[in-house]
Structures are given as structure tokens and as C-alpha cells.
Design a protein around this ligand. Structure first.
Ligand code: ADP
Ligand code: MG
Length: 340
């Protein structure tokens, strides 16, 4: 009887034309955000081993780069210590300096004193203008190029905040780990950052939603169809406070020292390099649509989806075949942007 059932089961699977699908999923909290991992075609044991390795790696990087954990290398530099930094930290600091230059300072890793002053996550009102001005200009990030030198330290007044890039660097490290373990298909989500390894097991691309800044989580303006790349989103809809009808988001304009007030509500950057994608998602938001598209044309190596406050979704032309727009139902107009 039992054998009959097994046979019938196999027959059903054959008829349905599919092998039994397994997928290992794991969710954890790190870097101040919810992270989740999908590992198709992985059973319990292998999945769990990989997931533990990923979680440990992210915790380790957070232990180096957090500005709140007191023993992290970033906290120790911020406290004025001279350190011979871990290779991964030195590399990330040099990358941060490079991306600061490439974005004309819109991404600025040394604005830690300003982010601490604003403390957008807990604040109910903006700080005094004099307090902001006392912290301007934000120190030049060029000095971070020397981060690999023994006994590196920050100059007086400089304070690191890698909140706009650390998750990206962690995403690159996780992708590298999974590839080294022979994983061909995975989805790694860290807050607004989605890393796509390979395709879904059926060969179709991963689907990544572009969120409606005015909608609830899960309400989207379209879907990106991606493989072997990252999509990183920043916007004014996640962490912010409001006073007198003004929204103060956690992304600061290093020029003014205050939350960026531009024509953008949300930005998604698509790029194979997650570190670059993360820094750029922050920078494009600061730059506003015009500056963001200028940077897309001049810097290259990435694509972007920009959602403006006046109801347009600007899609860079490299994503034309990759994006399924559904924002018309929400009154949003799609505009594809070319290199012109
Ligand atoms: P999230 O961390 O929510 O994914 P972002 O990648 O846009 O969002 O990073 C925002 C964080 O980066 C802020 O919380 C702050 O720590 C830091 N930050 C804010 N403004 C800037 C800026 N102009 N350049 C670099 N880092 C910034
Ligand atoms: Mg960022």
C-alpha cells in the first residue's frame, strides 16, 4: 500500500512536470535592519550552514564598521584613537573617499557629527541653525585614502558615519562568500538592498519591487527583473520625522548640513557593485533628479530608477527591458531617460 502511494506521488510530480522544490530561508537582524536570505535548492543542513556563515560575516563587518558599537574600528577612530586598521576597513574607507569625490561630495562619509546632531531616528524637531553651521563644512574625505597606513587616525572634528555604504560593502562580501561556496542562485535582502545571485532556479530573473514612496511596504510602482546584480534603494519614506509639514529624512545634504530637500522621493540604483550602489543611492537622493541624471551620464557603470515628488518615474535607458512599470494605476507617469 505504502509503495503504491509513493508511486502515485512520483507520477503526480511527473505529470506536473516538476521536481520537488526546496528552498532554505533565513531572517536575522543586523546593521540596524532586517536581513533575509533565500537559498533555492538548498536543504535544511546545507542551507543552515550557509545562512550561519552569512549571518556571522555580516555581524563581523558590523563589529568593524558600526558607529554605535563602542569597540568597532569606526567608533575607536571617532574617539580619536590611532589604529592599524583591518584590511576590509581600510579598503572601505578608501572606497568611501573615492565615491565622495565621484559624487562631488553628495556622498560624504565624514558627516558623523551632523548625523549625530540630527539623530533623525529619535528627533522630534530640527536642531538650531547655529548648531548645524558650527559643524560645516564637512571635512574632506580625501584623507581616508591613507587609511591603510599603520597608526591611522582622523583629524580633529572629523567623525565617520558609514551608514550610507556599509550595508553595500557587506552585500558584496556576502555575495563573494556565497559564490566561493558554489551557490549559483540566491537572494540576499538587507533592508532596502537586494542582492541577486544568478537567476531563480527555473532560469527566470529575480523580481525586485520598486516601492511607491507614498504607499505602504509592499505597494510598488513596478518590478525590476534582475540577475547577478544589486538593487539598492534610498528614500524619504523609511526613516524621518515631520514638523510643520516638512519631512526631515535621514539623508543629509553635506552642503547644507540638513536633510536633503530635493525633487526626489525615492531612488533605486542597479549596479553589480553593491558598495557603489549603496553610496550612489544616498548621493542621487541628495543631488535631486537633474544632478542624479548628470552623474548617471558622466560616471556610468550603474542604472537608476528615480521617483519624483511631482509623480514621475524616471528610468535610465539601460533598464528599459528590465523594468515592468505598474505605476500608472497610482497616477505615476513613466519617462525613460537616454544618454543625450
Ligand atoms: P539606509 O541605510 O536606510 O539603507 P542610505 O543607504 O541612504 O539608507 O543611508 C543613509 C545613512 O547614511 C544615514 O542614516 C546616515 O547614517 C548616512 N548618511 C546620511 N546622509 C549621508 C550623505 N549625504 N553621505 C553619506 N552618508 C550619509
Ligand atoms: Mg546608501
Amino acid at each position: 500500500m505504502r509503495r503504491m502511494c509513493v508511486l502515485a506521488g512520483c507520477l503526480l510530480l511527473l505529470l506536473a512536470g516538476c521536481a520537488p522544490q526546496t528552498e532554505y530561508t533565513h531572517t536575522f537582524f543586523a546593521m540596524d535592519t532586517v536581513c533575509s536570505l533565500r537559498l533555492p535548492q538548498k536543504g535544511e543542513q546545507e542551507g543552515e550552514e550557509l545562512a550561519q556563515a552569512v549571518q556571522q560575516l555580516v555581524a563581523q563587518l558590523e563589529g568593524l564598521w558600526s558607529k554605535t558599537l563602542p569597540d568597532s574600528e569606526v567608533s575607536r577612530l571617532n574617539a580619536g584613537e590611532s589604529l592599524t586598521l583591518e584590511g576590509r576597513t581600510a579598503e572601505l574607507l578608501a572606497r568611501s573617499a573615492e565615491l565622495c569625490t565621484q559624487t562631488g561630495g553628495a556622498f560624504s562619509p565624514l558627516l558623523g557629527r551632523l548625523t549625530a546632531l540630527w539623530d533623525v531616528q529619535n528627533a522630534v524637531r530640527p536642531p538650531q541653525q547655529e548648531q548645524i553651521e558650527a559643524l560645516l563644512p564637512v571635512p574632506d574625505a580625501d584623507l581616508l585614502q591613507n587609511a591603510a597606513q599603520p597608526g591611522f587616525s582622523l583629524p580633529e572634528g572629523a567623525c565617520l558615519d558609514l551608514g550610507g555604504i556599509a550595508k553595500g560593502a557587506a552585500g558584496d562580501a556576502v555575495a563573494q562568500l556565497l559564490r566561493a561556496e558554489g551557490v549559483q542562485s540566491a537572494l540576499v535582502v538587507m533592508g532596502g538592498q537586494v542582492g541577486c545571485l544568478g537567476t531563480k532556479p527555473d532560469g527566470r530573473p529575480w523580481q525586485v519591487a520598486v516601492r511607491d514612496p507614498d504607499g505602504e511596504q509592499g505597494e510598488s510602482l513596478g518590478t525590476l527583473l534582475l540577475q547577478d546584480t544589486f538593487a539598492v534603494s534610498s528614500g524619504d519614506y523609511e526613516r524621518y520625522f515631520e514638523q510643520d509639514g516638512v519631512r526631515y529624512s535621514h539623508i543629509l545634504d553635506p552642503q547644507t548640513g540638513s536633510p536633503a530637500q530635493t525633487d526626489l522621493r525615492g531612488v533605486t540604483v542597479v549596479c553589480e557593485d553593491a558598495t557603489k550602489a549603496d553610496a550612489l543611492s544616498t548621493a542621487l537622493f541628495v543631488l535631486g533628479s537633474e544632478g542624479a541624471l548628470e552623474l548617471w551620464r558622466s560616471l556610468g557603470g550603474f542604472e537608476a530608477v528615480l521617483v519624483t515628488a511631482d509623480g514621475r518615474l524616471l528610468l535610465t535607458e539601460g533598464l528599459e527591458e528590465t523594468f515592468v512599470f505598474s505605476g500608472q494605476e497610482r497616477g505615476i507617469v513613466l519617462e525613460t531617460v537616454d544618454q543625450g
